[in-house]
Design a binder for this molecule. Structure first.
Ligand code: SF4
Length: 287
C-alpha cells in the first residue's frame, strides 16, 4: 500500500480534468477533479507538489484562471467512474496493484493543481458533479473539497459548499500554522493568517469541516512546541471540527530545505494536539 499511495500522478490516460489516486487520507480510491489547469492558487506552500513538479509553469500561470470545458469534464468523470464500476481501471494500468478492499470509490475530490474555489466555474461544476454522483455512484461515495480556506468568506462559495455538504460532501480545509509568522513562512501567501482563521471560524460555526495540517522539517527544524501549542489552541476556537488530519510531506517538495518529519516527530505533534483539543486526530507518516 505504501508504494501505491506514493504514486500520485495528477494525470491519467488522455484525460484533461480527472485522475484516479489511491489516497491514504481518503482511505482508498479517490477521483481527483482538477479545476486549476494553470495552477491558479493564492498560496505558494513550501511543500506544494504542483510547484515541485512544474515550477516554471506554476509561476508563469500563477495568476491566470482558465475556462474549464465543463462538458468534457463531465464526460471524463463519467468514463472514469464507469472504469471503476466495471473494474477496467484495475486492469493494465498502474492501479492493477490496488488491493481488492481499496477498489471502492471513496470520494470525488476537488483538489488538482491549485485552489479549486478560485475557478469562476466552481459553483456550476460542483453542482454538475453532485448530480452525477447521485446518478452513477453508490450512496457512500463522498464529494470532497480540498481548500486553503482563503475564499470561505465569499457568499457564492459558502452557498456552493452548503450544496456540497448536503450531498454527502466534506470540506477539508488547510491550517498549517499556529502563528502568523509560521503561516507566512509556510504558505508564502499575501493573505493574512488572521483572515484564514476568521474564515475558518465563521464557516465552522454552522458547517462541519475536516482540518488538514501539513508539518515538515524546515531547514532541518521541526515546528517547536510553542507553535504546536498555539496551533492546537486555534483549533479549539473553531466550531464543528469533524476531525483533524496531521501529515508530513510524502513526496518531493519544491524546496530542498523542506523534508518529512520522522514518525516520532509526527507522533509528538499528534499527541499534543489530541491532549489540548480532545478532537479526533489522525496522523499520516511520510511513507
Ligand atoms: S494551497 Fe495547495 S495548491 Fe496552493 S500552493 Fe498550497 S499546496 Fe499548492
Amino acid at each position: 500500500m505504501s508504494s501505491i499511495v506514493q504514486h500520485h500522478p495528477r494525470r491519467f490516460h488522455t484525460f484533461h480534468y480527472v485522475y484516479p489516486v489511491v489516497s491514504r487520507r481518503s482511505g482508498g480510491l479517490s477521483i481527483g477533479v482538477n479545476l486549476s489547469p494553470t495552477a491558479l492558487c493564492n498560496f505558494s506552500c513550501v511543500y506544494c507538489q504542483v510547484l515541485a513538479e512544474n515550477q516554471e509553469n506554476a509561476a508563469r500561470n500563477a495568476h491566470a484562471a482558465t475556462l474549464i470545458d465543463s462538458d468534457l469534464l463531465e464526460t471524463e468523470l463519467r468514463q472514469l467512474i464507469g472504469m471503476v464500476n466495471d473494474g477496467s481501471l484495475f486492469r493494465n494500468t498502474w492501479l492493477s496493484r490496488t488491493p481488492l478492499e481499496k477498489r471502492i470509490l471513496r470520494d470525488i475530490a476537488f483538489s488538482g493543481d491549485g485552489e479549486p474555489t478560485l475557478s469562476p466555474q466552481f459553483s456550476k461544476i460542483v453542482q454538475g458533479v453532485a448530480d452525477l454522483r447521485r446518478e452513477i455512484c453508490t450512496e457512500t461515495t463522498k464529494i470532497v473539497l480540498i481548500t486553503n480556506a482563503s475564499t470561505l468568506h465569499r457568499q457564492s462559495v459558502t452557498n456552493t459548499l452548503k450544496t456540497l455538504l448536503a450531498d454527502n460532501g466534506e470540506i477539508w480545509a488547510k491550517l498549517d500554522a499556529g502563528t502568523a509568522d509560521y503561516f507566512r513562512t509556510v504558505s508564502r501567501s499575501a493573505i493574512p493568517y488572521e483572515k484564514i482563521l476568521t474564515n475558518l471560524t465563521e464557516f465552522s460555526k454552522t458547517n462541519p469541516v475536516v482540518i488538514q495540517s501539513c508539518f515538515a522539517l524546515l531547514h532541518n527544524k521541526e515546528p517547536d512546541n510553542e507553535e504546536i501549542r498555539q496551533y492546537a489552541e486555534r483549533l479549539k476556537l473553531l466550531g464543528q471540527v469533524q476531525r483533524v488530519q496531521i501529515y508530513t510531506v510524502a513526496r518531493l517538495a519544491p524546496e530542498s530545505w523542506v523534508l518529512p518529519l520522522s514518525n516520532e516527530q509526527l507522533d509528538r505533534i499528534t499527541e499534543t494536539v489530541r491532549k489540548i483539543t480532545a478532537l479526533p486526530v489522525d496522523s499520516f507518516y511520510s511513507a
